[in-house]
Design a protein around this ligand. Structure first.
Ligand SMILES: [Zn+2]
Length: 229
């Protein structure tokens, strides 16, 4: 109840003009949204900015510019959804640019190969999203298939029901029958799309979705989210 009251107060306050300038400068998609969506997005941003913690890594100092630019893209996924604001997510770690993660790969016969993999972002189930700031900026302005914020936050949505299966929570608050229909439709459409992408990747055909979406259903959902939005 306390959280609800705080949110009501938060969302009824005007959207700060400094944040508005940041969104307009960094996120060209904002002005393409219909006015009601823009207002809804701004409400979500206000909640996100207060409830999520940001930490700079690799010497990066967190600014309002960084926070608002990430929040604006992440909150696009919350539009028209009866949903919480990424309830499991607590912290967003931000590096200045792509960062390297030590990895170990089994190459056979008990032999492991150690290397460092460059990453633009990742999502952890333990309430953390990691992002490279230069990739966040690229994604916000690009009209291509790739957007690291949408991708990593799509994983957060997918995990809200405890499963990484490419299906976010659907039809929250609706009757059991309505929700059942939604999940059945989702399963049918998604499985067909996933199999189609896998077949195209195997035969080296290009698709509107990135090849990476053929990795598994969870990545398919994240990649499809990037392309759709
Ligand atoms: Zn992914």
């Amino acid at each position: 109840m306390w959280k609800e009251q705080r949110r009501r107060k938060l969302t009824s306050a005007p959207f700060p003009s400094v944040w508005k300038r940041i969104v307009e400068t960094h996120c060209p998609f904002h002005k393409k949204l219909p006015e009601p969506d823009r207002r809804e997005l701004e409400k979500h941003i206000k909640v996100f900015m207060v409830e999520k913690k940001f930490e700079g890594c690799g010497g990066l100092t967190i600014t309002d510019e960084i926070k608002v630019c990430i929040a604006a893209q992440a909150c696009l996924l919350l539009l028209h959804r009866d949903t919480e604001c990424y309830p499991a997510l607590q912290t967003i770690l931000v590096y200045p640019s792509s960062y390297f993660v030590p990895t170990t790969r089994h190459v056979g016969s008990g032999v492991f190969e150690e290397s460092h993999q460059a990453r633009a972002g990742e999502s952890w189930r333990e309430g953390v999203v990691v992002l490279a700031w230069d990739e966040v900026c690229k994604g916000a302005t690009a009209s291509g298939q790739s957007n690291v914020v949408l991708h990593e936050f799509a994983h957060q949505l997918d995990w809200e029901d405890g499963r990484a299966d490419g299906a976010p929570i659907l039809g929250n608050g609706e009757s059991y029958a309505m929700r059942k229909t939604r999940y059945e439709t989702w399963k049918r459409v998604m499985e067909a799309g996933y199999e189609q992408l896998r077949a195209k990747v195997q035969s080296c055909e290009s698709d509107v979705l990135r090849d990476y979406g053929a990795t598994n259903p969870a990545e398919f959902f994240a990649v499809a989210t990037e392309s759709f939005l």
